[in-house]
Design a protein around this ligand. Sequence first.
Ligand code: SF4
Ligand SMILES: [Zn+2]
Ligand SMILES: [Zn+2]
Length: 321
Amino acid sequence: MLVMRTRSNTKLGRKCDFCNKEAVEFVRYSGAHLCSQHFAEFFERRVKREIATQIDIGKRAVIGVGLSGGKDSSVCLYLINKIFSRHRAVRIVAITVNEGIEGYRVETIEAGKQLCKTLGVEHHIVSFKELFSREMDEIAGRDRRRACTYCGVLRRKALNLASKKLGCTVLATGLNLDDTVQSILMNFTRGDVEKLARMAPHVHVQPGLVPRILPLRSVPEREVYLYALLSKIPFSHAVCPYADLALRNQYRAIIEILDKENPSVKFGILKSHDEILPLLREKYQQKELQPCKICGEPSIREICKSCELLEGKVRDEMESM
Ligand code: SF4
Ligand SMILES: [Zn+2]
Ligand SMILES: [Zn+2]
């Protein structure tokens, strides 16, 4: 039997609070001991609730799922498929972005392919090379510390382009509670309050932008991992070589310190953000988007963020020659 042995469930060796089976998880923030079946039900209930509050599927829908091949996006696709595969008016497509990161992406793409094959979900792969003429390793070059900044912006654009091409009405990504809370704090401490108002899930549909939903937004990362293992979902454990340089690691560390003392802290941050969100959206009303002068994609400014980054990169490289 699989049992997660971490500091949060040192009280295991106990029975589930709802049946006679052995508990596989101690949920610190609720005090519940859960067996694998009751843990899965608890997990799925929250994801279904999130999806129901974030989208109204309507009569016909094409749900795109950003699939990196890691645990989060794999669980996201698995559950979207479990919930919607019997809806005849819903089509599900998985989209993988190959950024071109040596020693990392090949393995995760294989895991994604395997999952799609098992589930019978159509799978599309797009690459930075075909969209931006350069791979991530080339873009990062010697500027490794900024790799995630480039990668995040370009991957968002790649996913949006692919989703539009495939006719997706909505795009689901696997961001979990930990990712979401880190992003909230990063925007907050940077003083980028407007960005707090723009975070997914998106309520307003902007022309040219496929609205994003986050089905795993309220489930902690460790529970996503446990659910993936218990459900035997194939996923890759590979870690991106740039991951240890990401700024969000510092935020992750701070939040984990707070979480040790207060297991509800992540939910508290998310709740606070959701409470002030209507006020933020009122203050920072969605600006009309215009086509980027370089690529034609919708943008707040004359030049979109990805073109700005890529153009700046080329300029820096020319100047350093
Ligand atoms: S860790 Fe950074 S560079 Fe690696 S895939 Fe994630 S965002 Fe991209
Ligand atoms: Zn049980
Ligand atoms: Zn552009």
